[in-house]
Ligand binder design. Structure first.
Ligand code: CP
Length: 301
């Protein structure tokens, strides 16, 4: 692995190998050492989990972190290009982790530098490290990634986590349910790619008659910041609120995941149920990000 930009074409072998490495790092069987290495963390969009879990991951591996949060205070404010900025970060660090509002930004940066680049979210496009920690969480709770019934619910149009995850899980013969208000349906370019890959899915706007059969319910926030027309947001906000009542007949192995942050789509009453896995999922992000840094730095050691 030279970069991690998208889940497209990552492949089953690389996914399994990252999950195994994350397991071994979590259990202490593998000790990866990044002493003397520096991670450049460039976050041009807000983040809590991705930024802080990457920083935690690098520090726990013994490495150092330099951070840019937004453009304020940097020479981007004086008109320096992204290309020149990352060529400079290239001189100071051994790996770049970047979140950017523009789709394709991480791929572009990977072509400007000669160190590994990790896409920490590019606009509404992809969020592959989130997908890898999602897969790790699903594997931990289901003991397998194969043949699962998985519902992706909420903002499927702008949600980069669900775009990435549909490709990631697609390699493991899932039965997908895509549940969203019509204006937030999964984009047709994603559905076309899933069709080409022979991945089965059902699209609907209601969770009724689905939830009791599921292994995984993956809930996402309706993202106010992605709407160009505020009236459209008002029409669909709070479309789904998961409550304990909805979950009264779920399967024993059933788990709820959410990339977080949440607004109101999962009631806080759900947090105490055994199927609520989203806080543990965020913790799993540190182990998976330690595994991703380790794999990408193998060639640089
Ligand atoms: N899941 C996720 O990407 O969270 P942050 O936006 O807080 O990084």
């Amino acid at each position: 692995m030279e970069n991690l930009i998208s889940m497209r074409n990552l492949g089953v072998d690389k996914i399994n190998s990252l999950i195994e490495l994350a397991e071994n790092i979590e259990s202490g069987k593998v000790k990866s050492d990044m002493t003397g290495k520096v991670m450049g963390a460039l976050f041009f969009e807000p983040s809590t989990r991705t930024q802080l879990s990457f920083e935690t991951a690098m520090k726990r591996l013994g490495g150092e972190v330099i951070t840019m949060s937004g453009t304020k205070g940097s020479s981007l404010e004086k008109g320096e290009t992204l290309s020149d900025t990352v060529k400079i970060i290239n001189q100071y660090s051994d790996i770049i982790v970047m979140r950017h509002p523009l789709e394709g930004a991480a791929k572009y940066v990977s072509e400007c530098v000669d160190i590994p680049v990790v896409n920490a979210g590019d606009g509404a496009n992809q969020h592959p490290t989130q997908s890898m920690l999602d897969l790790y969480s699903i594997h931990k709770t289901q003991k397998s990634l194969d043949n699962l019934k998985v519902c992706l619910l909420g903002d499927l149009r702008y949600g980069r986590t669900v775009h990435s995850l549909s490709f990631a899980l697609g390699a493991f013969n899932p039965e997908f349910y895509f549940v969203s208000p019509e204006i937030l349906n999964m984009p047709s370019y994603i559905l076309d790619e899933l069709d080409d890959l022979g991945i089965k899915y059902t699209q609907t706007d209601s969770l009724d008659n689905i939830v009791d059969d599921l292994d995984i319910l993956y809930v996402t926030r309706i993202q106010k910041e992605r709407f160009t027309d505020p009236e459209d947001y008002e029409k669909v906000k709070s479309s789904y609120v998961i409550t304990p009542e909805i979950l009264s007949n779920v399967k024993d192995n059933f788990k709820i995941l959410h990339p977080l942050p949440r607004v109101d789509e999962i009631s806080v009453e759900v947090d105490k149920l055994k199927c609520a896995y989203y806080f543990q999922q965020a913790k799993n992000g540190v182990y998976m990000r330690q595994a991703i840094i380790t794999k990408l730095m193998e060639k640089c050691a």
